[in-house]
Design a protein around this ligand. Structure first.
Ligand SMILES: NC(=O)C1=CN([C@@H]2O[C@H](COP(=O)(O)OP(=O)(O)OC[C@H]3O[C@@H](n4cnc5c(N)ncnc54)[C@H](O)[C@@H]3O)[C@@H](O)[C@H]2O)[C@@H](O)CC1
Ligand SMILES: [K+]
Length: 502
């Protein structure tokens, strides 16, 4: 489990460590780590290579200046570009100068003239120390112009603590009406004292370095497969991302005494004459995820059983038999009959996952959800952006994390918002950010498979936020395997779901 924290939580841990070790010691540890990451990743020998530092007004710039001093001592030519020369970290600046580094004060009105751009283009490494924990995006115009110029450089790009331009708490890059916000395009981010939640969303490669100021990680999951312990650990921090090892804990292989009823029965209501494929795709996701039983209840029973003979099919949920969780919505249509079907399933007591057309219907009938919440029934919503906006029209998606958390808190449902980084939040604030996946998952029917995967985990008894988080992770890993195998299309996911659990 990767645990993540708010800037305030990191600052609180930092204060304790500063009192104990002193400011300079912490900065020394942080900048040493940045210099090591740069040195490890550049082609050797290092003498003759060059690094350019982007330096802002605070301690983030101090880290960059110190890292530059260390790299200079290892033979690199180092140039610091100061956005606010009179506010650059004095000790860092002195250290760089002592080591023989060059310092350029930038013109605030034109921070990236041709000579600066040329310097950035020819550099081997660019180190971003413009802004860290204090960041409030979007970047100011001068910083944005410098970052935009740096982003065009072929150099190795290393962000100090955070890529400048993201909000540490949410990963958001600024209001949507501000055009295309600029963010430092880091190849790797070296972050200190704990991963910030924004990084789970907005950074790809990360190196998290302990510098003696780690926030309390909360209770550790015990590795015995207890989903409750795992959920408690996730709830104790600001957000988590799952790993392959977590999947082994959360989805243990069935025990010797397992039978088809002990591993969870999921009921699937999907597909319509217009969209028969959604029923087959969704059911396939469930069949290939857990060894328990899958029931299908809907208009495509014949097509589903033709592809999945292990499925027990019925014409509608009222005659489907007992299940532990429902999935409803993919390809079911949005007509009056579909509405009645959804209303009927939502009246039941079992956990219900609502996806796709089901979400469109729910947008028109919000009281169906509030009634479930009022009587304590568990609901999981899995929208993409347009579906999210239908159900929660007043929540802007320029800050996806906050939108997802607000939607969950307000509706009483667990909400999974699909995207490059899928986000799951439950009504109590437990948050899982998914970091697996490939852009090949953005294919028709991929979401139908996902809801089947998550439905089977929900039926197996995982808490909704972990069922959704683990399902998204597994689906993402399967998508990576589809891509690596040179395959494409949503049904290719089926055959990789089992192997994706390494
Ligand atoms: N205090 C400490 O002991 C340590 C601090 N560390 C570093 O210090 C950083 C935090 O330092 P600071 O609190 O000085 O603040 P930052 O260095 O994050 O911010 C510097 C300045 O950036 C400006 N800024 C904010 N939003 C901006 C925007 N949208 N566009 C342009 N500029 C903007 C602000 O004027 C702020 O003063 C951490 O991220 C980390 O890199 C590390 O050295 C570890 C130890
Ligand atoms: K930075």
């Amino acid at each position: 489990m990767i645990t993540a924290y708010t800037a305030a939580q990191i600052r609180a841990a930092e204060r304790v460590a500063i009192d104990r070790d002193g400011d300079a010691t912490l900065m020394r540890r942080a900048s040493t780590a940045v210099a090591s990451v740069v040195a490890e990743r550049l082609p050797h020998p290092l003498p003759g290579r060059s690094a350019v530092l982007l330096v802002g007004a605070g301690n983030n710039g101090g880290d960059a200046l110190w890292a530059g001093a260390f790299l200079r001592r290892r033979g690199l030519a180092v140039t610091a570009l100061l956005l606010q020369p009179d506010r650059a970290h004095p000790a860092g600046l002195a250290a760089l100068r002592r080591a023989g580094g060059r310092v350029l004060a930038l013109d605030p009105g034109d921070p990236a003239p041709a000579p600066v751009r040329a310097l950035l283009t020819s550099a081997d490494a660019v180190i971003d120390g413009i802004v860290g924990l204090a960041a409030r995006p979007p970047l100011r115009p001068g910083a944005a112009a410098l970052v935009a110029a740096a982003n065009t450089s072929p150099a190795l790009k290393v962000a100090v603590d955070l890529p400048s331009g993201i909000d540490p708490d949410t990963g958001a890059t600024g209001p949507a009406d501000d055009g295309d916000p600029v963010v430092f395009a880091a190849d790797v981010t070296v972050t200190f004292g704990g991963v910030k939640t924004g990084l789970l969303l907005a950074a790809d490669a990360m190196v998290s370095v302990g510098i003696g100021m780690e926030p309390d990680p909360g209770p550790a999951p015990d590795g015995t497969g207890s989903a409750e312990r795992f959920a408690a650990a996730a709830a104790a921090v600001d957000a988590i991302a799952l790993t392959d090892a977590d999947l082994r804990v959360l989805l243990p292989d069935p025990g010797a005494g397992a039978d088809k009823f002990t591993d969870g029965l999921v009921g699937i209501v999907a597909g319509s004459p217009g969209y028969p494929g959604a029923a087959v795709l969704c059911t396939g996701g469930a069949v290939r995820t857990r060894p328990g039983m899958v029931r299908y209840a809907g208009a495509q029973a014949t097509a589903v059983v033709a592809r999945w003979p292990e499925v027990v099919a019925a014409a509608d949920p009222s005659v489907a038999g007992r299940v532990q969780a429902w999935v409803i919505g993919p390809g079911m249509g949005t007509d009056a009959a579909a509405g009645e079907l959804l209303a009927d399933v939502l009246r039941r007591d079992e956990p219900v996952l609502v996806d796709a057309d089901g979400l469109t219907l729910l947008g028109e009938h919000p009281q169906w959800l509030s009634e479930r919440t009022a009587r304590g029934a568990v609901t999981l919503l899995t929208p993409h952006d347009r579906e999210f906006t239908r159900v929660f029209p007043d929540l802007p998606l320029d800050d996806r994390l906050t939108a997802t958390r607000t939607a969950a808190r307000r509706s009483g449902a667990t909400v999974l918002l699909k995207g490059h980084r899928t986000i799951v939040a439950d009504p109590h604030g437990t948050t899982v950010v998914n970091r697996s996946g490939s852009s090949w998952l953005a294919t028709a029917g991929s979401g139908d498979v996902l809801s089947g995967v998550i439905g089977s985990l929900l039926a197996a008894g995982l808490p909704p936020v972990l069922a959704a988080g683990a399902g998204a992770f597994l689906h993402g890993r399967a998508g990576e395997r589809v891509h690596a195998a040179g395959e494409a299309g949503a049904q290719a996911l089926w055959s990789h779901l089992r192997a994706a659990r390494v």
